[in-house]
Design a protein around this ligand. Sequence first.
Ligand code: NDP
Length: 419
Amino acid sequence: MSRVLVIGCGGVASVAIRKCAQADDVFTQMCIASRTKSKCDALAEKLKNKTKCEITTAQVDADNVDELINLINGYKPDLVMNIALPYQDLTIMDACLACHVDYMDTANYEPEDTDDPKWREIYEKRCKELGFSAYFDYSWQWAYKKKFEEAGLTALLGSGFDPGVTQCYCAYAKKHEFDTIDTIDILDCNGGDHGYAFATNFNPEINLREVSAPGSYMENGKWVEIPAMSIKREYDFDGVGKKDMYLLHHEEIESLGKNFPEVKRIRFFMTFGQSYLDHMRCLEDVGMLSTTPIDYDGHQIVPIQFLKALLPDPASLGPRTKGKTNIGCIFTGKKDGRDKTYYIYNICDHEECYKEVESQAISYTTGVPAMCGALMILTGKWKKPGVYTVEEFDPDPFIEALEKYGLPRKESYNPVLVD
Ligand code: NDP
């Protein structure tokens, strides 16, 4: 018997909400609140009479802490599920602390305005000290650890697939398969085809910021940064086939480096087709990925936000996307004194996802773990005061929930390694 407040009603949130509605033995009441209330109403209407969960909707500007506090105090949820954008992480965490409610999200904080001089000063110091220059990092949310501990509240960060399930796979490998892990390669392959020359599978602004940033990986506890897309490998993915993949900076490398300090190298690869890369390079060259406002005909326009308005809404890709995703982790290390390799991954089919929840597999593979993370907190399995990432909890109940709600794992004890 739990009451949750979901903030956001985009591609990922819509899947998480539908999955919460499926698990209506735990999610008995849910309020869907977002900037555009009509989207929340439309989804609530679709779920009417299909679930025992009592669903209400609300409008909220999650950049505004006072509005959030009013909403949370009015609804009195057991948990706030932040599935809006990373820009809102800190305001929602502040509101949860003020109202004494547990918190979770699917991506770590990054600011909307990367020209803000106060933020920029801290960012530039971090770039120099840590050695990676992505706009997002965990420091902002880890800074809340003491406040959540003292309040006796749980904050779960990054409960999507990557971050999220990938860290659960790491905790699972450490618990069941290895005495020591030497290397982790996270491989994210999307073999889906939506038929557009260019579109992003989740929020375009967040996605394009992520993939146009320099790549980086962790070696012996230190960051190694490389120019964007400069390390390329080909890999033959189960269920998908051969794809080119590129080394990217990704947020879970940071938390895994902290929580698994013995691991000598942690890398993240994502597949991209040539058309996607050509479009992205061109858009970047002409300044369309910039987050700095320009003056156009008396209006202030942020180029990447204008581009977002032109691109297909990721939520609209569902009915057109065919093919599969394959996301997982390859480990090398030792068990009982012997060298060992292990690959754990999930394969998800875009069309099957659409049949079940009217959404493509990228939103599905993120929305299901968001619901499962909430389930872990609400059922007390992952309840401990403080601010945590997924690998800091027992992986077993989460893996079990993922299997039950649509993301079963596959394993290989003899995987092809990435050189
Ligand atoms: P969308 O752009 O589809 O949805 C974002 C939602 O948040 C929209 O409903 C939007 O409202 C709402 N929103 C935005 N700003 C505000 C605000 N100020 N107040 C209230 N609501 C707001 O994004 P996605 O669903 O693609 O992504 C959601 C999250 O999931 C992101 O944080 C993304 O980084 C993360 N993600 C994580 C992954 C993982 O594996 N861990 C993978 C993919 C995504 P409106 O309808 O008005 O725009």
